[in-house]
Design a protein around this ligand. Structure first.
Ligand SMILES: [Zn+2]
Length: 447
């Protein structure tokens, strides 16, 4: 396939914006780039996809999400509103994930995938929990992802909160999925819920179950409670404790890190462990603001995720850009280049940990053809230098018109080609009352 008449945003290490370009896509990869005229003459027989001057750039990557959160949309939490994050877990997320069965897992995933394709998010790193439907849950998610054509990394959140049997079932589910036959668009990692719901012996069992070449995906210090629980259990802070159990390293993703101290930041930097920042979620849960700029300065590979918010990553860019300014009462904080470093360069490097055969997240010959077309008409000059501010103040997700993953077109001119949005939404709505009824029963047990 030849994409022609594109205004390319390459997102190479030295980003370039190039007019009137063409891209030859072959076997899921970008084979060649050049001027439209040159490549059209060279490959006259090739099927054409005309970008009509739109911006063509790598799709967005999400470093941390939860498809299972889809049924929380519009759901009422009975009784007084949760007053802090531990109560949000107790009254919202844990009763909700206990309410998921095979059918509702699938129909929590599919609407998120529709959202991702429409909004140009082409790689998603998910963190899944469904304590009453553990076995095979990752296959259900994988099946939905395969039907969408998107790229994803999956895992199951191991936790002690539902007893030893389910903790062990979570380990088995991760290991089973890691060993299953590989689809080139799917990868696995090993999920842990958080230090606060894992005993020393469970952490050791997880470590023993995982081959050395596989990393973990775990929430860390999202709320102070995680730190105080860790200090109670081990006289160590969360990151020190995870390090002692062999959880950290260049394949492990820690999410949040809102309450890290300086030593925890040093340990993450020293071990090459990834940290994913989710500003919309942190604001919504009122958990505080992570020291993201300090972490970047310390050399931590900080990425950007959405924690189950919409798969519209430019919204997360905007939240990151604004949150740190208001928190520090200083408009100089968290500049556009800091956001770009997380959302573009570090997210791409993280995705490459799991899909390591070719460059991802940049337009270079040989790279994965994960691309989006953006119909943006800038009212001022757009250059490689000022692009971050065009994205933050000008780009909207509604401007994404075409989404391509691994060379396959998933949406063309806003028409979804792999998933039927109306049918998925209708089926999800049909199941919702059953999920919400089970949730009411579950939440009654903890109130
Ligand atoms: Zn999360």
């Amino acid at each position: 396939m030849l994409i022609k008449n594109a205004t390319l945003i390459t997102w190479e290490a030295e980003n370039r914006v190039l007019n009137d370009q063409a891209l030859l896509i072959e076997n899921g990869h970008i084979k060649e780039t050049g001027s439209t005229r040159e490549l059209q003459e060279k490959f006259p027989e090739e099927e054409h996809l005309d970008a009509r001057g739109q911006y063509v750039m790598p799709g967005s990557i999400c470093a941390h999400t939860h498809f299972y959160g889809a049924y929380a949309r519009g759901m009422a939490i009975p009784g007084p509103a949760p007053k802090d994050f531990p109560e949000i877990l107790q009254k919202l997320w844990w009763p909700l994930d206990r309410s998921l069965d095979a059918e509702s897992i699938e129909y929590s995933v599919l609407p998120c995938l529709v959202d991702a394709i429409k909004h140009g998010t082409t790689t998603l790193i998910d963190h899944h929990a469904s304590p009453n439907a553990i076995d095979g849950s990752l296959d259900i998610i994988a099946g939905a992802v395969e039907s969408s054509g998107l790229r994803a990394v999956l895992c199951y959140e191991v936790t002690d909160r539902d007893g030893e049997e389910k903790m062990k079932a979570g380990i088995r589910e991760n290991v089973r999925f890691l060993e299953r036959t590989k689809n080139p668009l799917l990868a696995g990692t090993f999920g842990l819920h958080a230090s606060i719901t894992l005993s020393d012996s469970s952490l050791d069992l997880c470590r023993q179950a995982v081959p050395d070449n596989v990393g973990f995906h775990v929430h860390t210090a999202e709320h102070e409670a995680d730190e105080y629980d860790s200090l109670d259990k081990s006289s160590m802070r969360v990151i020190d404790r995870l390090q002692k159990h062999g959880i950290l390293g260049p394949k492990t993703i820690t999410a949040h890190g809102v309450h890290f101290d300086v030593r925890e930041i040093q340990i993450l930097a020293g071990t090459g462990t990834w940290l994913s920042h989710q500003p919309r979620s942190n604001m919504n849960n009122g958990v505080g603001v992570a020291q993201i700029e300090s972490m970047l300065r310390a050399g931590i590979k900080v990425c950007l995720g959405n924690d189950g918010f919409s798969n519209a990553m430019w919204e997360e860019w905007k939240a990151a850009y604004l949150l740190h300014k208001v928190h520090h009462r200083d408009p100089r904080r968290m500049g556009g280049y800091d956001v770009t470093r997380m959302a573009i360069y570090n997210n791409a490097a993280l995705a490459n940990v799991f899909f390591s055969d070719a460059p991802i997240g940049q337009i270079v010959p040989g790279g994965y053809a994960d691309l989006i077309f953006v119909d943006y008409q800038p009212n001022t000059p757009l250059t490689a230098g000022n692009l971050p501010w065009h994205i933050i103040f000008g780009f909207q997700q509604s401007m994404v018109t075409t989404t391509i993953v691994g060379g396959k077109v998933l949406m063309r001119n806003r028409e979804l080609l792999t998933l039927d949005e109306k049918e998925i939404a209708a089926k999800a709505r049909e199941i919702a009352p059953k999920v919400w009824d089970r949730y009411q029963n579950e939440v009654a047990r903890v109130m």
